[in-house]
Design a protein around this ligand. Structure first.
Ligand code: ZN
Length: 290
C-alpha cells in the first residue's frame, strides 16, 4: 500500500478514537512534528507603535518569532505617536514576523456585527496587499469576544488560526487563561494563557509558563510595551525585557501563531468546540474553595 495512504488511514483512526473530526482529502495526511515542550506563541494586538520601536529589536536580538495583529481602529489613521504606520508594519513583515488580521475598526464580533466581519477582514487584507504583505492567515478576536457563528465566515475567508483571550473560561478583561491544547481547542478559538496588564507580575508570568503540560503551548497576548492609548493593558519596557530574557534563558521556543502549522494540522477541528471550554470551567468551579 502507498505510504501516504497508510498515513491517511492512521490520521483517520486517531481522529476516530480521540473524538476529533479530521478534514478529508490528501492535505490532511501531512506528517507533522510533535509539539515540543516549552513552546510559546507571542502575539501583539492593536498596531501599537511600541511593537515596532521596542518589541521588534528585542525579539530580533533573541531570534524570537511573533504575530502582530493589525487593526486600523482607534486613532490609527492620524495618531502616529501611539500607532504604527503601514510602512512600519510592512517592515515587520519583511523582518519575518507574522502580520495577522484584527479587523479594520477593531470591531467586536457579535450577532449584531457578524455581517460586517467579511468586509472588516477584507479591508485589512487590502491594506496588506497595498504594502506588499501576504494575505493574513491568522485572526485575533477584537476585544476577546467570541462568536461561534463567525467560524464558517473566518474559514471561508481563509483563516487558519484565530486567537481569543482567557474568556469564556475566565471573565473577559482579565489576565488569565488556559494553555492551548491542540486537537481539543478549535484552531479558530485558541486561548491566550496570559494577557499581561499593569498588575501582571513576574511570578504570574512564570506560573503561566509552567502551567503548560507536554503537548500544550502557551499563547501570550500583549498590547503596547509600553502602551499608548490604552493604559489598562500597559506593560512597561523593563517588564517586557525581563519576560523576554526569561524565555531566552530558559530555552523556550518562541514562535508566531502561523508557525504552529509545523506541529498542528489547522484543518482538524473538534466536533464540539465548546467541550474543552466547558470541561475547564467545571474544573475551575470545582477548585474554588467555598
Ligand atoms: Zn485588540
Amino acid at each position: 500500500m502507498n505510504p501516504n495512504r497508510i498515513v491517511a488511514i492512521l490520521v483517520a483512526l486517531t481522529a476516530f478514537f480521540t473524538g476529533v473530526a479530521a478534514a478529508t482529502g490528501e492535505e490532511s495526511a501531512a506528517v507533522l512534528e510533535p509539539l515540543p515542550d516549552k513552546v510559546v506563541v507571542l502575539t501583539f494586538d492593536d498596531s501599537v507603535r511600541s511593537h515596532y520601536t521596542v518589541a521588534r529589536p528585542i525579539l530580533q536580538c533573541y531570534g524570537f518569532g511573533a504575530t502582530f495583529f493589525i487593526t486600523e481602529g482607534f486613532t490609527f489613521a492620524w495618531n502616529k505617536t501611539d500607532y504604527m504606520t503601514w510602512e512600519e508594519i510592512a517592515s515587520l513583515d519583511r523582518a519575518g514576523f507574522e502580520i495577522g488580521n484584527h479587523t479594520r475598526d477593531h470591531k467586536g464580533v457579535s450577532p449584531k456585527t457578524i455581517e460586517q466581519l467579511e468586509a472588516q477582514l477584507a479591508a485589512i487584507d487590502q491594506s496588506c496587499e497595498e504594502h506588499g504583505i501576504a494575505k493574513p492567515v491568522s485572526f485575533a478576536w477584537p476585544g476577546n469576544a467570541i462568536e461561534l457563528e463567525a467560524l464558517p465566515i473566518l474559514q471561508k475567508h481563509g483563516m487558519q488560526w484565530a486567537r481569543r483571550g482567557g474568556f469564556p473560561e475566565y471573565p473577559r478583561g482579565g489576565e488569565r487563561g488556559f494553555p492551548y491544547e491542540p486537537g481539543l481547542d478549535h484552531p479558530l478559538l485558541i486561548p491566550s494563557a496570559g494577557i499581561p496588564r499593569p498588575g501582571y507580575t513576574f511570578e504570574e508570568f512564570v506560573e503561566t509558563l509552567e502551567g503548560a503540560r507536554d503537548g500544550e503551548a502557551v499563547v501570550l497576548q500583549f498590547h503596547g510595551v509600553p502602551e499608548g492609548e490604552h493604559p489598562w493593558v500597559h506593560v512597561s519596557r523593563a517588564t517586557f525585557e525581563r519576560f523576554m530574557a526569561y524565555l531566552a534563558e530558559h530555552d523556550f521556543q518562541v514562535i508566531a501563531l502561523r508557525d504552529l502549522a509545523r506541529y498542528v494540522d489547522w484543518r482538524v477541528e473538534p466536533r464540539d468546540p465548546m467541550k474543552i471550554v466547558e470541561a475547564r470551567k467545571a474544573k475551575l468551579a470545582a477548585s474554588v474553595i467555598p
